[in-house]
Design a protein around this ligand. Structure first.
Ligand code: FPP
Length: 229
């Protein structure tokens, strides 16, 4: 969800204003994805590296999440959204941990769409914590394969993403879902996150349908191609 700061600065507003608008963009996006039949949506809300930001921005973001949970939880729950938080919870405040637990337990039985919020998350953190937990379970090195390690990843309950969208114009993955995006289609847009919505989602989906997914194999030859001399 990149571009909140720039969006606000362009309006001569503090960066926090951009994050606030970012929450509205998130709620809008969840709704639009649910309407389009998306079953899993994972958003990068706070990275393991975001602690390096000025302390007032970090505390502002933490406070914003608490406000967002109290403002939108009932609405999302009534729309059939299941919320799951992925990331290292040890470092966040008790208040925030309780808010996450409340969001997860209130929506646990919903089935329309699962919103995974990556918070204090990093793709490398996830791989390391998965290896640690596998070692704690005494998984033998010779029996550790991709399927086994996948079961220890923070997003083990979700399928790998078909589509990865990054807003804000940067063309990099920035430590998001490193394990899971192995075969995802990547779409980069200059749209700043607070402006993201239905039009950008439809454009990304249209781009996705033009892609040729082979997962490392070869494209099956069409009947027409087979008939050609
Ligand atoms: C990146 O934009 C955005 C973030 C680091 C924060 C995103 C968080 C939210 C939208 C709030 C999430 C709330 C809930 C309830 C999950 P940036 O600040 O890096 O923007 P810039 O690249 O323009 O500076």
């Amino acid at each position: 969800m990149d571009g909140n700061g720039r969006w606000a600065r362009r309006r001569f507003m503090p960066r926090f204003f951009g994050h606030k608008q970012g929450v509205d963009a998130l709620v809008r996006t969840v709704q639009a994805c649910a309407d389009r039949g998306v079953e899993y949506l994972t958003v990068f809300a706070f990275s393991s590296e975001n602690w390096k930001r000025p302390s007032e921005e970090v505390s502002g973001l933490m406070g914003l999440v608490l406000v967002a949970v109290s403002k939108y939880l009932a609405k999302l729950a009534s729309q059939g959204v299941r919320i799951r938080i992925v990331g290292d919870r040890a470092q966040v405040s008790d208040k925030l941990r309780e808010a996450w637990e409340q969001a997860e337990s209130t929506t646990a039985h919903n089935t329309r769409i699962t919103l995974c919020v990556a918070f204090n998350y990093g793709g490398r953190w996830d791989i390391v914590q998965a290896c640690r937990r596998a070692m704690q379970d005494r998984v033998a090195p010779e029996s550790l394969d991709e399927a086994t390690l996948s079961r220890y990843m923070a997003l083990s309950f979700a399928p790998d993403p078909d589509l990865f969208i990054r807003t804000g114009g940067e063309v990099r993955i920035s430590n998001f879902l490193l394990w899971q995006v192995a075969y995802s289609e990547l779409v980069f847009t200059d749209c700043l996150w607070p402006e993201f919505g239905e039009a950008q989602i439809d454009a990304a989906f249209a781009e996705y349908t033009r892609r040729d997914r082979r997962f490392g194999g070869v494209k099956p030859r069409s009947a027409e191609a087979l008939q050609a001399p």
